[in-house]
Design a protein around this ligand. Structure first.
Ligand code: AHR
Length: 658
């Protein structure tokens, strides 16, 4: 009863909006019986890179910055605390070769009982939630005659204690100690104090604080609100760990997956390459602890139902930076890393790396079937190295599909030369990147219409419309950019026989710690929001369907006529037709979708993402300013009549007959 009344009201509203529109009606024809292309389950996915404090200071929920004193400045993020005039001293000791992955620790001596110690500032403070449990841990050993107790306190911005506990290291040998407590207040910018109670000395390392409410409550895990945003996209794949992070500014700082698994105290930390990349956005305290490492990446992919797509270094550092190369004669260890990675992901527990995976708690394989060789590489040095990887990987794992880079630009000499070469080599998947103006996205909606249907598949591996220009700190995640991406993506979907994967980039940005904008999801210590671009990606992913069918206006695909861009797909699982249409114009568009097979009297779901303001954005305070709005419309004699709002992205789902 309720539903039909609602339907009646909404239909009446839609019809009246339709009647008020003044322009002429466009009649779109959809032949739901003619399948043009199959949409890959992987079609819309996620590109993850630790940029903009996306991992450390972001989704990795560790609240203590520089927990092991391995930053270049060993006491960065730490302050000495002298409570009530207490005094003492601090030494940074280096074990060197005795512990090469984590050489430094801190030796603290307290000379009074009043409370001498350290305070950690966190990542722009620590986000603390009232009544949540916080789990403290530390590697410690007593280093003097008298046993020292450590008083642990969370401090709010008013310098009040909002949670505390204590631990007493029992031994003169290194041991891990843990203690938990409940926070009494919510505070976005807390700090953590570690005070010595008593006089004497103690050695400390890996001083850590995590919330209990991590994603799936995993100890030492990930921020649940941020991973939930990824899960809500139902992504087809997860590309990780980047991005230029894979390459490093120089080879020394390239991503080495074997250093990112196992005990976190032994994951060798390095400076994040985005630390120094942009002079206008310096990030001197940006490091990679690898607390979010390769096991965790595989696990998130599994959790959210995404195919894992790791990208490995191919013996080349970032070509925008040093372009440092490994001589081909010394490429062996790099290739071995790739082979071992496949074994780590898929191998039986009787293999060396499959056994390692099982020891780390995941005996079941991760079903890896794609691997990227190099990130954004180009030139003959890349081809030369790629061929070596390809030969070795396919000799052992012929079923693994390799992703080959076509470089950083969507056209030009670098692109053309790589494109020709990889096609000749019979490559499986070509990775194209485009960071360009909204206009470029609209003009390139037919980009894939004439691609070879029998050639390699295309992975639109990194793309985002730039409101100013690539690299500008003034780029915004505004509606104009999101709408242009939505329009462009109709072209990806119409060509789903060629384009098998696509991902917006970059993914995450800390509102206080970003280097690169625009980004899909922004967050501070307690909150996060999806940009309009996020909702575009999400709508595509949740409505991708299984098979593309023709949607035409006057027998032509809809690629900008009257400012509209459209595509249609069937969902064979739900027996629905899904229409996506973007009206990029400033006027309403009267539209009639003539759908073969749509039942008269049935109701379709109409989701609209829209803003009258092309500069409109979402924010932490107004996270849903531009977000999907749902309504229903009746089908009338096989026709769906809608008035498309100006500047709108519309997704229409309708049940169809067999
Ligand atoms: O997404 C940001 C950067 O853009 C990536 O790290 C790199 O691959 C591209 O140049």
């Amino acid at each position: 009863m309720k539903r039909s009344f609602l339907t009646f009201c909404i239909t009446a509203l839609c019809v009246s909006a339709y009647c008020q529109s003044t322009n002429t009606e466009n009649v779109y024809t959809i032949n739901a019986g003619k399948i043009k292309a199959h949409v890959q389950p992987t079609m819309y996915g996620i590109f993850f890179e630790d940029i903009n404090m996306g991992a450390d200071g972001g989704v990795y929920a560790e609240l203590v910055k520089n927990r092991s004193f391995e930053f270049k400045e060993p006491l960065m993020a730490w302050d000495e605390i002298k409570q009530d005039g207490a005094n003492g001293s601090i030494l940074i000791l280096n074990r060197g070769a005795a512990n090469p992955d984590n050489p430094r620790f801190i030796h603290i001596t307290s000379n009074s009982t009043k409370g001498y110690g350290l305070s950690n500032e966190g990542f722009f403070g620590m986000g603390i939630k009232k009544n949540n449990q916080y789990n403290f841990s530390v590697l410690a050993k007593q280093a003097g005659g008298v046993k020292i107790t450590l008083q642990i306190e969370l401090i709010n911005s008013k310098k009040e204690v909002i949670g505390s506990t204590s631990v007493t290291p029992a031994s003169k040998e290194w041991r891990k100690y843990t203690a938990s407590f409940i926070a009494t207040e919510t505070e976005p910018k807390a700090s953590l104090r570690v005070l010595l109670k008593g006089t004497g000395s103690v050695d400390l390392d890996m001083i850590s604080l995590f919330p209990q409410d991590t994603w799936k409550q995993r100890p030492g895990g990930l921020r649940a609100d941020l991973v939930q945003k990824l899960a809500d996209m139902k992504p087809g794949f997860l590309r990780f760990p980047g991005g230029c992070i894979v390459e490093g500014r120089e080879l020394d700082t390239r991503y080495q997956w074997k250093r990112t698994i196992g005990d976190i105290a032994n994951r060798r930390m390095i400076m994040n390459r985005w630390n120094t990349e942009f002079a206008h956005r310096p990030a001197p305290d940006y490091y990679q602890t690898f607390g979010l490492g390769f096991l965790e990446y595989f696990e998130i992919a599994e959790d959210i139902g995404a195919s894992p797509l790791p990208i490995i270094n191919c013996g080349m550092a970032c070509q925008f930076n040093t372009c440092e190369l490994v001589p081909v004669s010394q490429l062996g260890p790099y290739v071995q890393d790739a082979l071992d990675l496949i074994e780590f992901a898929n191998g039986s527990v009787n293999t060396k790396w499959g056994k390692k995976r099982a020891e780390l708690g995941h005996p079941a394989p991760f079903n890896l079937n794609m691997l990227g060789v190099g990130n954004e590489q180009w030139g003959e040095q890349y081809i030369e190295r790629y061929k070596i990887f390809e030969k070795a990987i396919h000799a052992k794992y012929p079923q693994i599909k390799l992703v080959s880079s076509l470089g950083p630009f969507p056209g030009g000499d670098i692109f053309n030369s790589a494109n020709q070469t990889f096609r000749k080599l019979g490559a499986s998947i070509l990775d194209e990147h485009y960071y360009a103006s909204p206009k470029w996205f609209l003009q390139n909606v037919k980009r894939y219409d004439n691609y070879d249907r029998n050639g390699p598949k295309i992975f639109a591996g990194e793309y985002a419309a730039q409101s100013k220009v690539t690299g500008s700190p003034d780029n915004k995640n505004n509606w104009e950019c999101a709408m242009a991406e939505a329009a462009f993506m109709t072209g990806l979907e119409r060509n789903a026989d060629v384009v098998s994967m696509a991902s917006y980039a970059p993914l995450f940005a800390n509102v206080e710690g970003w280097q690169w904008t625009p980004d899909l999801i922004w967050f501070d210590n307690l909150r996060s929001y999806g940009t309009p671009n996020y909702y575009v990606q999400q709508l595509y992913s949740l409505n991708k369907g299984t098979d593309v069918v023709p949607l035409t206006l006057n027998n032509e695909a809809v690629t900008g006529q009257n400012g509209c861009f459209a595509t249609a797909a069937l969902d064979a699982n739900t027996r629905e037709l899904i229409i996506k249409i973007v009206n990029t114009g400033k006027d309403e568009q009267k539209s009639d979708f003539a759908v073969s097979g749509a039942k008269t009297g049935s109701v379709c779901n109409w989701t609209v993402l829209q803003s009258d303001d092309l500069n409109g954005v979402n924010s932490l305070d107004k996270p849903l300013a531009i977000s999907p709005q749902k309504s229903e419309v009746a089908v009338d004699g096989g026709h769906i009549k809608l008035s498309l709002k100006p500047y709108s992205f519309n997704v229409i789902r309708v049940k169809i007959d067999k």
